[in-house]
Design a protein around this ligand. Sequence first.
Ligand code: RIB
Ligand code: CA
Length: 313
Amino acid sequence: MSAVRRIIIDTDPGQDDAVAILLALASPELEVIGITAVAGNVPLALTQKNARMICELAGRPDVRVHAGAVRPLVRRLVTAEHVHGRTGLDGPQLPEPTMPLQEMHAVDFIVQTLLAEEPGTVTLCPLGPLTNIAAALNRAPEIAGRIKEIVLMGGGFFEGGNVTPAAEFNIYVDPHAAEIVFSSGVPIVMMPLDVTHKALTTAKRVAAFRALGTKVGIATAEMLEFFERFDEEKYGSDGGPLHDPCVIAYLVRPELFRGRHCNVAVETGSEITMGMTVIDWWGVTDRPKNATVMRDIDSDGFFALLTERLGRL
Ligand code: RIB
Ligand code: CA
């Protein structure tokens, strides 16, 4: 096995974030150095608590969880309780967390870790609005050259948006942060709606999680059965898109995904297209290519990986 990949997960749990965290903690190819919570799907007080609940569900109370930004850099916070429920983790009845929240602010943890670790050895995995990542880059611009890669879930182009006709939620909530990250020069792998909409939690796939018969398997099925209902109603599909685990699956089995290196620009001016990620897929501009944008996934392979790995917890 190649060297263990050391990652920081930045997250706004959210049921799909929760499954991504479970996949990461179940995968020996990865070392989760820490989890940083950000306001997004629900306010920070809940995302930091949910992150700890998921670590304990995975039997990993040792994981360092840090709380970060309570609101975007410029705009007011927009949340998504209509999708994730009031708690952000509606579905299963999970116990209150007993593991501690770390004292250190998430942004300080990101900066301190990147300055302390060997350059090029830490990967950032943002699964929510990019506020913490942008704040860290603003605080210590020198970390840009020390980040191995940023593998993020966010944006969309051919699929349009999911919170406005033009914008995907993570980018829409903090477009100014996204603009900072996409222009940072850090190598980026982007999982937009164009690929996550091909990873649907069909009834058969959810049944496979439940059939694990474990605490984790049953809780995952309960989370997804709650989470998917909004998108099933909206798109008339069997299941909803399982966005965030695409980030972690890419780190474990990159061959599940296909995409291309493109320019991605973020709209921060127009209210109509605020937070839109304009992906120059056909290379019609001379804007610099700043992200590998994924557009295709082997969805059966993706769910097989998820089910096998979650079965280990
Ligand atoms: O648009 C989907 C993204 O927004 C996912 O990361 C989901 O968890 C929410 O944060
Ligand atoms: Ca998320």
